[in-house]
Design a protein around this ligand. Structure first.
Ligand SMILES: Cc1cc2nc3c(=O)[nH]c(=O)nc-3n(C[C@H](O)[C@H](O)[C@H](O)COP(=O)(O)OP(=O)(O)OC[C@H]3O[C@@H](n4cnc5c(N)ncnc54)[C@H](O)[C@@H]3O)c2cc1C
Length: 489
C-alpha cells in the first residue's frame, strides 16, 4: 500500500462509494471499510430514495415542505433546497449506472408513497434498495484505477499533520501503519450500536464522529435520534429487522394488544404520520394499556402482491415463523437513525480544514429534528458528491508537494480491555434517552459514561477494533447525554 494519498475516504456505504466515483484519474484515493464492503447501514436500506422525478404530479416545493414538516422546521433550509433540487440528478445517475430500480409497465421508474410524503416519490428496488445501490457502486468503484479499496481495514487514529492528516490504520492481517493524506472524507455512518436495540448494522459505532470530535470539529445535535416505530419485535436480538414504512405506505395497519387500530387517536395522519409521531403513539398506547405487544397487519392485501412487493421482509418474517400474508407482524420502536453528527456546510466541509463528512455521520441540517423517510440515502449521495467536488476544486488550485515527514508506526500493544463497557453504555443510553426521554436519569448516566470513557482512554489497552469501537461508543454516549442534560431537544 502507498504511504501517501490525496484523499482518504472512511466508509464504503452510499456516501463513501459515491464520493470515490467523483474523483478524476489523477487524484489518488484510498477508500477503507472496517468490515466487509457490504456491511453497512446503506446495505440495509429497504424503502428507497426520495426524489422529485415526476414533475407532472410533484415539485420541489412539495418535497421541501414535507421535509420541513417532518423536521419540525428545525432544518437548515439552504441544505434542504440543495438536497431536493440536486438529488434527482444523482438518482438518475444511479439508474444510468445500472441500479435496477423497479419500473412500471411503461418502463418508467415506479414510485411509492412513504410516511410524511405528500406524493409518491420513493424509487426503490423491491424492499432491498440499499444493497442494490451498494453492490452497483462497489462494481463501479472497482473500475476506477485511481481508487484503492481496502476492506477489513480499520481507522484507529486521525491526526492533523499541518498539511492534511496522519491516518493510522489496522489491516485485515492485524498489521498497522500510518499514512499521510491531504484530505479526508468521513463517511463512517451512524451510531445505532450505542443503543440496546437498533436497526443499524454492527459498524454503526460512531467512529467517524469520535475522530472528528478528537480533532476539535464541531459536533451538533447528537441527541436528535430517530426511533423507527415498526422494527420486528424479536425478544433478544440487538439488531432488529426493520418492517419498512413502505409496508404502511401500501396499506398495513397498526394494531394494539387488543387488535384495535389506535394511531389516529394520537395524530390524524394515523399510520402514515412521521416516524417520531408514530413511535410516540406506540409508547403512549403501551403505557395506557400496560402492554408492549403491537402488530402490523397487511393480511387484507393480495398475498401475491405482498410477496412480490416485500420479498425480503416476507422471507425474514418467515424465518421467525410469521407469514405476513396471513399473520400479524409483532413490532415495537427501536433506534434507527441519527439526525445530528459532524457539523458541515453545504459543501460537506467540517469546521476542521481539509476534513469533510458525508452521510449519516454528518449533520447537514437537512433532516431538522426528524428525518423524512428515504431522505437519507439522498443526502448521502448529494453531499458526498459535493464533498468530492470541493476537494477536486481545491486540489486543482493548490500545489501539494509530497509529504516530507514519514510518520512512525505506532506500537498498538497493551493490556486487554475489561469486558462489559459496551453493554453498560448501551444500557445507560437506552434507559435515559429512548422515545420518551427520562431526564431524571441523565445526570447519573452521564457520570458513569464519563468514568468509562476515562478508563478506556487512559487504561493503556491494546488498540484494536474492540478498543476503537468502545472508545467511540463511550464518546458518543457522553456527547448525547451532555446535550440532553443541557436541554438540546
Ligand atoms: C434497516 C435500515 C433501513 C433503512 N432504510 C432506508 C431507506 O429506505 N431509505 C433511506 O434513505 N435511508 C434508509 N436508511 C438509512 C440509510 O441507509 C443510512 O442513513 C445511509 O445509508 C448511511 O450511509 P453512509 O454511507 O453514511 O453510512 P454506512 O452505509 O453505514 O457506511 C458506513 C461505512 O463506514 C465504515 N466505517 C465506520 N467506521 C470505520 C472505521 N473506524 N474504519 C474504517 N471504516 C469505518 C463502515 O465499515 C461502512 O463501510 C435505513 C437504515 C437502516 C439501518
Amino acid at each position: 500500500m502507498n504511504k501517501e494519498y490525496d484523499v482518504l475516504i472512511v466508509g464504503a456505504g452510499a456516501a463513501g462509494l459515491y464520493a470515490a466515483l467523483q474523483f478524476p484519474e489523477n487524484v489518488r484515493v484510498l477508500l477503507i471499510s472496517k468490515r466487509e464492503l457490504t456491511l453497512s447501514n446503506s446495505s440495509l436500506a429497504q424503502g428507497g430514495v426520495a426524489a422529485v422525478l415526476d414533475k407532472s404530479n410533484d415539485n420541489f416545493k412539495l418535497h421541501i415542505a414535507d421535509t420541513l414538516i417532518a423536521g419540525k422546521y428545525k432544518n437548515n433550509l439552504a441544505a434542504v433546497e440543495v438536497l431536493v433540487e440536486e438529488g434527482p440528478k444523482d438518482v438518475l445517475k444511479l439508474k444510468e449506472m445500472g441500479v435496477s430500480f423497479d419500473l412500471d409497465q411503461d418502463g418508467h421508474l415506479q414510485m411509492t408513497l412513504e410516511a410524511g410524503h405528500s406524493r409518491h416519490r420513493i424509487v426503490h428496488h423491491k424492499d432491498s434498495t440499499g444493497s442494490a445501490i451498494v453492490e452497483k457502486l462497489i462494481e463501479k468503484v472497482k473500475e476506477h484505477q485511481n481508487v484503492s479499496i481496502a476492506d477489513h481495514t480499520l481507522l484507529y487514529k486521525l491526526e492533523n499533520n499541518g498539511r492534511g492528516f496522519d491516518a493510522g490504520i489496522i489491516h485485515s492481517d492485524g498489521s498497522n501503519e500510518v499514512l499521510s493524506v491531504h484530505y479526508c472524507i468521513l463517511a463512517s455512518g451512524g451510531i445505532g450500536r450505542v443503543y440496546q436495540y437498533t436497526t443499524n448494522s454492527a459498524i454503526a459505532t460512531g467512529d467517524g464522529i469520535t475522530f472528528a470530535h478528537m480533532l476539535g470539529a464541531k459536533i451538533k445535535h447528537l441527541s436528535w435520534i430517530q426511533f423507527h416505530p415498526t422494527a420486528f419485535a424479536a425478544e433478544n436480538d440487538r439488531e432488529r429487522f426493520l418492517i419498512s414504512e413502505a409496508v404502511r405506505g401500501e396499506g398495513a395497519v397498526l394494531l394494539n394488544c387488543d387488535g384495535e387500530r389506535f394511531a389516529s387517536k394520537y395524530d390524524e395522519r394515523g399510520e402514515l404520520a412521521p416516524r417520531d409521531v408514530v413511535s410516540n403513539a406506540i409508547m403512549l398506547e403501551s403505557h395506557a394499556k400496560g402492554n408492549e405487544n403491537f402488530y402490523l397487519d397487511i393480511t387484507h392485501k393480495d398475498a401475491d402482491f405482498v410477496r412480490n412487493r416485500f420479498p425480503m421482509i416476507y422471507e425474514k418474517c418467515l424465518e421467525e415463523h410469521i407469514d405476513i400474508t396471513k399473520d400479524r407482524i409483532p413490532v415495537f420502536p427501536c433506534q434507527h437513525y441519527l439526525m445530528g453528527g459532524i457539523d458541515v456546510d453545504v459543501y460537506a466541509r467540517t469546521s476542521v480544514d481539509r476534513l469533510y463528512a458525508a452521510g449519516e455521520c454528518s449533520h447537514t441540517g437537512v433532516h431538522g429534528a426528524n428525518r423524512l423517510a428515504s431522505n437519507s440515502l439522498l443526502e448521502a449521495l448529494v453531499f458526498s458528491r459535493r464533498a468530492a467536488n470541493d476537494i477536486i476544486r481545491r486540489l486543482s488550485e493548490e500545489n501539494n508537494a509530497p509529504f516530507e515527514h514519514i510518520p512512525p508506526v505506532d506500537d498498538l500493544s497493551g493490556n486487554g480491555m475489561p469486558k462489559g463497557f459496551r453493554t453498560e453504555i448501551r444500557k445507560i443510553v437506552q434507559d435515559c434517552h429512548f422515545v420518551i426521554p427520562k431526564p431524571e436519569k441523565v445526570a447519573n448516566g452521564l457520570k458513569r459514561t464519563e468514568e468509562i470513557l476515562d478508563n478506556i482512554v487512559s487504561g493503556g489497552y491494546e488498540i484494536n477494533r474492540d478498543f476503537v469501537e468502545a472508545r467511540s461508543l463511550a464518546t458518543v454516549a457522553a456527547i448525547i447525554l451532555r446535550e440532553v442534560n443541557e436541554n438540546d431537544t
